[in-house]
Every structure is written in C-alpha cells, then in structure tokens.
Design a protein around this ligand. Sequence first.
Ligand SMILES: [Zn+2]
Length: 247
Amino acid sequence: MSNPPETTVTTAPEPIAECPHCQKPMPLCICDSVTPIEHRLGLLILQHPQEQDRALGTARLTARHFTDATVRVGLSWPSLSKALGRPVENAARWAVLYLGSARAADLDTEGEIVALNRKGEVAENQRAILGKLEGVVLLDGTWSQAKALWWRNPWMLKCQRVILNPAHPSRYGRLRREPRRDGLSTIEATATILAGLERRPDIAATLHASFERMLARYREVQAEMPELAPKPAAKDRRRGASRGRRS
Ligand SMILES: [Zn+2]
C-alpha cells in the first residue's frame, strides 16, 4: 500500500457562472443581443418552481425583451396585484393564457388569440374583449405545472382567459417535446399574444429571432460542452428505451 502521488489530487471543476438576467450558464446566454422594446400591454410570467430547465427555458429571456415585464417564481399569490407587485384596478382587463382542457382546433374560430368565457367556450365579441386588455399573464411550465398554477390561484377566474390557436408549430422542434400543450414555448406564446394584441409584428419578429439564437447557441454548446446543455429527458417510456445498453 502506498499513498497516491500528490499529482493525482483532483480539484473541483470551476463552477460555471450564471447570467443574472436569464439565469442560464454564461455559455448559453444571449442577453447581450437583446434590447428591450417599448410596448403597451403589461406582461407577467408566473413560473412553476419545478420548471428548472435553465438550458432551454425561455421565461427570463422573454421578460428581458420588454420594458414592463415581471417574472415570479412560485405556486400561488393572493391576487393579481400581489403577483404583479402593483395595484391592478380591473383584473378582467388582464388576460391569462391557459389552455386547460380547451383545444383551439375543436373551437369554431379563426383568430390566433381566442377569448374564452367561464364555460370554456369561445366568448362572444372577441374584438371588444381583446381590444380592452391591459396586460397578459403567462404560466411557465409543463402542461401539468400550468394546471397547478391555474388551480392554486383562484383570482385568475377574474381575469380574461385566452388560448392560442398558433399558425406555426413550435421552433423547439425535436429539442423539447410538447413544452406546452398548445406546442409553444413561453417566448413563442408571448410573441403570438403580444404581437397580436398590440398589432406589432415587430414584437413577434424580435422574439422569434432571439429564440432562434438561443436554440442555435444551445446546439453549439451541446456539441462542445454536453454537461452544460444536456439532451432533454426523453419522454419515451417504451420498454425499448434502454436497449442501447445491451450492445
Ligand atoms: Zn443572460
């Protein structure tokens, strides 16, 4: 028995710095390329505490694009005003994007943004409802996490529920299967809803360009530093999933 030579003493790997804005590891951060844009509607993103996909998550990157955007991490808040951190006079003028069991494809509607009534049906007078909105609440997380946020925050029933009927599939492609039940990431959902409500196609173009840059950076880093950008967990639970180990 002999002591190992001192040269084999291992040092802990340097921790990789995290961006204070998007909270991604610095190699994945694209914040430098983002210039906040002026906009009319408020934006509140409520993130489920277990939504911790720092590599592919988009909530904070989305908020970074706007001069009036708030991200809160948690499960429940007593009111919209508390969640937002400022008084809201009329919660009905804030939309909550929540698909739930509704399916845009089943509803007889053409718009990309659809206001629902309390019964989950297409509301009458879409244009009037959507035209008077002052802000938008997005639920960031998987479908079941969004559902938990919806049920734990009864004040959302006072808001205007909306769903999206996206014209294009998500740019995540195969990187992330079903990030939301309507197939869109938070940054894409924000692009659709804010550009639509404000009639500002430039908002959608800016957010989509940032999302493309984020995905491109992710793919580069995944090739060079796989530990920083792990492949998303496979949702495929078929028995053959572990067959690779046999060979
Ligand atoms: Zn960043």
